[in-house]
Write a protein that binds this ligand. Structure first.
Ligand code: FAD
Length: 497
């Protein structure tokens, strides 16, 4: 083992996973966090005390996909047990299927379709404690990185980083040397400016709005009350609004509603009365928030200005600097609605540790190796999210113009391929998931990042099954997912009034 000293900037999911992956390979980590997190004895206390201004999304609903669940279970079994001791639960595909299918036929790979259910603050609290107990990491909180230090003799290649400049716990400037700096400071990372300061080539980025804002509220089940039976999908898309219930730990769950920031009526859901009124109108949710089942334990948290962003730290095989790499949200972040950020951070952390182990003394090869891994394992998810958001945007535009986005037969008898795909998804894939375990499994494996987005199309047995369900679309009564947009807007207006 090469035993490098690595400085990790930012102690949230990506930073903590990177610390654990590097520690497993025998590297020494200094983990820096600008926020002064109050030490807490339990995740419950942390949920009350941690404001997380540096990572406000940690106060929102979080889903932890099977790829992350399995990774923790298989690579870090002690951490897995600690999460369970802290109240984390698991949500298995088998249990979900048994609720809606009689005598389902399972296959061995279904054992891997298991999500981790806990509050995000609980995950982070357990991770911090695990890092302290089981690694020799120096964890420094209330320390803000303000720039990069470079070797003077970089020559004609990219600048060679030798550490970071920090404002330390006492507010004083300090220099911290490192063999490698990993930027996990999140979507608002200042790395582009830090690179400018050391005269590195510009780090380009693609970025576009996701077209939604998020509202989340947490509830506690009353003592002795079980979670209500599912009366519909646990998450859904009404076209004008997305919703989901997230099971957490210790009898706590949360509800997230997401809508377009352009919709003035729906924007009101950031207020408690409007949020509650909207949630009560959704068939999948209303039972969960009835007074005899649960009580709200937080305000409604909002998160605006959500973006899909990819930064190009390596371009045409050339990293912007050596001995440095950004991962997690600092490199790629996407619409959180599919709950992928922590899982992609986990995947990237292990790719980073593997790339370092494979190229301990060759920073250029390390950067190229890691970049290839990210392009292979993370970028396809980002691209699929962008395409999904573009499709949602197109549908909203058609609906606003009074057109039916699902009507695929044109007047001249030809077929509109995009509308046909939308119809196939709504009237084929969605109902097939409820009727056919094979389709549900294929969808859930992709959703949980166990199979790549392209794998669904690559399985020839799926299309005929989906088409068979789609062809019976006229015979099926429509599923009641919720009210129309105008009905809901009226409900919200009267709640606010
Ligand atoms: C509304 C919302 C909901 C989400 N829901 C889900 C979900 O359901 N499932 C899921 O997997 N993911 C979800 N995500 C994404 C997930 O939260 C992130 O992908 C995940 O936290 C990994 O991010 P990160 O660690 O790279 O950065 P962050 O979590 O943003 O953390 C960055 C850290 O760096 C610190 N920092 C910043 N600058 C400095 C500095 N200069 N010096 C020192 N420290 C610094 C910050 O204080 C912070 O602690 C959601 C995101 C949002 C916005």
């Amino acid at each position: 083992m090469s035993g490098k000293h690595v400085v990790v900037v930012g102690s949230s999911a990506a930073g903590l996973f990177t610390t654990l992956a590097l520690s497993q390979s025998g590297h020494r980590v200094t983990l820096l966090e600008k926020e002064a997190l109050t030490p807490c004895e339990s995740p419950i206390e942390a949920f009350e005390k941690w404001e997380r201004r540096g990572a406000p999304q940690t106060r929102h609903s979080h889903a932890f996909l099977a790829r992350l669940h399995n990774g923790i279970r298989d690579r870090l079994p002690v951490l897995y047990e600690e999460l369970k001791e802290a109240g984390a639960e698991t949500l298995s595909f088998k249990t979900m299927v048994e609720e809606i299918h009689e005598n389902p036929e399972f296959v061995p790979e279904d054992d891997d379709l298991v999500l981790l259910a806990c509050r995000r603050i609980t995950l982070d609290w357990v991770l911090h404690r695990h890092v302290d107990k089981h690694t020799d990491t120096e964890r420094r909180i209330g320390v803000e990185v303000s720039g990069l230090l470079v070797h003077e003799d970089s020559g004609s290649g990219p600048p060679r980083v030798r550490g970071v400049a920090i404002k330390n716990e006492d507010g004083e400037m300090e220099e911290l040397e490192a063999d490698l700096v990993v930027d996990t400071s999140g979507r608002n990372s200042q790395l582009r400016h830090w690179l400018d300061d050391i005269q590195a080539e510009e780090m380009e980025q693609d970025t576009e709005s996701c077209g939604i804002f998020y509202c989340s509220r947490f509830y506690a089940l009353h003592e002795g009350v079980e979670t209500p039976p599912l009366e519909g999908p646990i998450a859904g898309d009404l076209g004008y609004m997305k919703y989901a219930i997230f099971q957490g730990d210790s009898g706590v769950f949360s509800i997230t509603l997401a809508a377009s920031p352009q919709d003035d009526s729906l924007r009101q859901i950031r207020h408690e009365e409007a949020f509650e009124a909207a949630a009560r109108k959704l068939p999948a949710i209303h039972r969960w928030i009835e007074k005899d089942v649960s009580r709200p334990i937080t305000d409604v948290y909002t998160y605006a200005n959500l973006k899909n962003t990819r930064r190009f730290f390596v371009k045409d095989g050339q990293p912007r600097a050596l001995n440095l790499f950004p991962i997690g949200d600092a490199l790629i972040h996407m619409n959180p609605i599919t709950g992928r950020g922590c899982t992609t951070s986990w995947v990237s952390a292990w790719l980073l540790a593997d790339a370092l182990d494979a190229n301990p003394d060759d920073p250029l090869a390390f950067a190229r190796d890691l970049d290839e891994g990210i392009i292979r394992e993370v970028v396809p998810w980002y691209e699929s999210m962008r395409m999904q958001d573009q499709a949602t945007h197109e549908m909203a535009e058609l609906a606003e113009g009074g057109e039916d986005p699902y009507s695929f037969e044109r007047e001249d008898g030809t077929v509109d391929p995009k509308a046909y795909m939308r119809s196939l998804l709504r009237d084929g894939v969605m109902p097939a998931m409820r009727e056919d375990i094979v389709i549900m499994r294929a969808f859930m494996r992709v959703f949980n990042m166990l199979d790549a987005p392209s794998d669904m199309l690559a399985k020839p047995e799926l299309l005929p099954r989906i088409l068979a369900v789609w062809q019976r679309r006229e015979e099926r009564p429509p599923v009641n997912m919720g009210p129309s947009r105008n009905e809901l807007a009226e409900e919200i207006e009267s709640a606010v009034a």
